[in-house]
Design a protein around this ligand. Structure first.
Ligand code: ARG
Length: 247
């Protein structure tokens, strides 16, 4: 009897250690996407429905569909996304997140799904028209905490950097003259400028970055599924549809 119990407990232990995050997700009936939703057209809150929508969310929906589960979206601070993933609060990150070596030490990234680069946004008619990171020296510049823009602008000597959790707050401060510039990726910059005629992009594209979807290092099967979905989206016209719809 005792022997039987030991074997039983051991086999349960062995079987459960083979269970992947995909089994957990399927049992739960939902997959949890983590994002920071002040980054249109990748992820933002729809004014009318109050739901998080965008390019990344549609990719998330395709991943959920592939697994036959519901998609749940959690909107959290950008610099809290990797900690949330590592501690199991979310299953994957789709947040226009650039694949960087530093981040790769903590998480695994999918194949790149979008190429981006940073630009500088200023107030029209302010007389300040920076063309490079160096031009930001001596000025007050807003970035989102923990982003690649934060990393790059922090390297500029003599810059006074203000770190925000939400881009909406950074752009409010820029419009009100509390900041001289905001640095972020081109597509969201364009979206903010479109909605605020007081603002304009002053620089060329200053960096080259690739976005990837992030999962925990051990979740290799999930990463495989995500790469499959990305490949399907790119080959089917769905990807063109997404690009057309959101850009
Ligand atoms: N691409 C930049 C980065 O990875 C900015 C991403 C910000 N994304 C967001 N959803 N707020 O650092």
């Amino acid at each position: 009897m005792k022997k039987f119990l030991v074997v039983l407990v051991l086999s349960i232990f062995i079987i459960s250690s083979f269970a992947t995050v995909i089994d957990t997700i399927k049992k739960r009936g939902e997959i949890i996407l983590g994002t920071e939703a002040t980054y249109p057209p990748f992820e933002y809150v729809d004014e009318q429905t109050k739901r998080v929508v965008g390019f990344d969310i549609e990719i998330g929906q395709a991943i959920a569909r592939k697994l036959g589960v519901k998609l749940v979206v959690k909107d959290i601070a950008f610099d809290g996304l990797i900690p949330a993933l590592i501690t199991g609060k979310i299953d994957f990150i789709a947040a226009a997140m650039t694949i960087t070596e530093e981040r790769q030490k903590m998480v695994s990234f999918s194949d790149p799904y979008f190429t981006a680069g940073q630009v500088i946004v200023v107030r029209k008619g302010s007389g300040f028209s920076p063309k490079s990171y160096q031009d930001l020296s001596g000025h007050k510049v807003g970035v989102q905490q923990g982003t690649t823009a934060d990393i790059d602008v922090s390297k500029v000597k003599g810059v006074s950097i203000v770190r925000y959790t939400r881009f909406t707050d950074a752009f409010l401060d820029l419009a009100l003259g509390r900041l001289d510039a905001v640095v972020l990726d081109f597509a969201p910059a364009q979206a903010y400028v479109k909605f605020n005629p007081k603002l304009e992009i002053s620089s060329p594209v200053l960096s080259q970055e690739n976005y990837g979807i992030a999962v925990r290092k051990q979740d290799k099967e999930l990463l495989g599924v995500i790469n499959e979905v990305l490949k399907e989206l790119k080959t089917k016209t769905a990807y063109d549809y997404l690009i057309d719809k959101w850009f």
